[in-house]
Design a protein around this ligand. Sequence first.
Ligand SMILES: Cc1ncc(COP(=O)(O)O)c(C=O)c1O
Length: 364
Amino acid sequence: MKKESHHALHGGDLDEISRIYGIDKNEILNFSGNVNPLGLSSSVKKAIAENTDKAVNYPDVSYVALRKAIAFYTGAKSSHIVVGNGSTELISLFIKTVSPRKAVIVSPAYSEYLREVEMSGGSAELFPLKEEDDFMLDMDRLISDITDSIDLLVICNPNNPTGTYMTCEQIRRLLIHCSKNNTYVMIDETYVEFSDKEISAVPLTGEFKNLFVVRGTSKFFACPGLRLGYGICSDENILSCINDRKDPWSVNIFAETGGQVMFTDSSFINSTKELISSERKRMYKELKKLEGIYVYDTQANFFLCRILKEDITSTQIFEELIKDNILIRDASDFPYLGNRYLRFCILDKKSNTLLLNSLKNCLK
Ligand SMILES: Cc1ncc(COP(=O)(O)O)c(C=O)c1O
């Protein structure tokens, strides 16, 4: 069978990869989905398994207990929290609510932001993270680009696909500037809990009404199939517009039940942080030693790499690795990247070592 292109697939699209390459999806070692290798925590599994009968009921339409659990976990006020069907629903609802004529998206970035801005009738300028800065954000340059004609700024922290991050001080400076210009700021913190650094903007949500922080559970809590995300914002108008637009019960009863358990499971949370932090350090060292590849520093649970070897592209490496059922993300379709960029996430130690060895073979 002629293979279709693997491009334009979301990192987690295992079903499509399995159809294109004829591999059983359970056999794929997925370095592309950025999901915590520890899998669903036993406490969440138990809570769901013991509550299957709840499917006969509607969830609480106001999600009071779930928002309380998220408030406990994040330190935000429960009245500032809105829950959604994955962070995807909240990204969409917030952008539709702001309905920006002009937005700035720090790029390369997750593709949904641009799609949502364009679908809501606005246009977006991409603010480039530069390769010569190792993709670290130049805050002075960004601030000088945000004028009062910009209605919305979108940033992911740590950023997908670069893994680079903003510090709290930088975020505060940015928010002060943006509030003077009446610019809303959406910070996507899907990967923030994997970071060793205190870089979350949640503590700033009480202070800045122009800030919307969006978070998911798919990656850190390893439950993309559950579809649970949340947004944090102190602007009551924004919150009530989002709630008015939102379909009722978009978070199903199992996500509602599992969510109340996962945020208090400190043993799972700590094990995840320890595993990712130590494997991130080990893999970074190993990748630095690999000839033919340049690795960027990361605070996420994935690495972005540039291929230095001249006679091989990211697509060729992707094709080589998938023959061994190893799935990585060919990052060539991200804006400002090209056919020399790869992204892969951190799995368990054994799988990570396998990937490092396979990469070494491709780069020989
Ligand atoms: C940066 C970023 N934001 C949001 C999402 C969507 O996540 P969710 O499953 O919470 O909708 C992803 C998924 O890959 C992502 O990488």
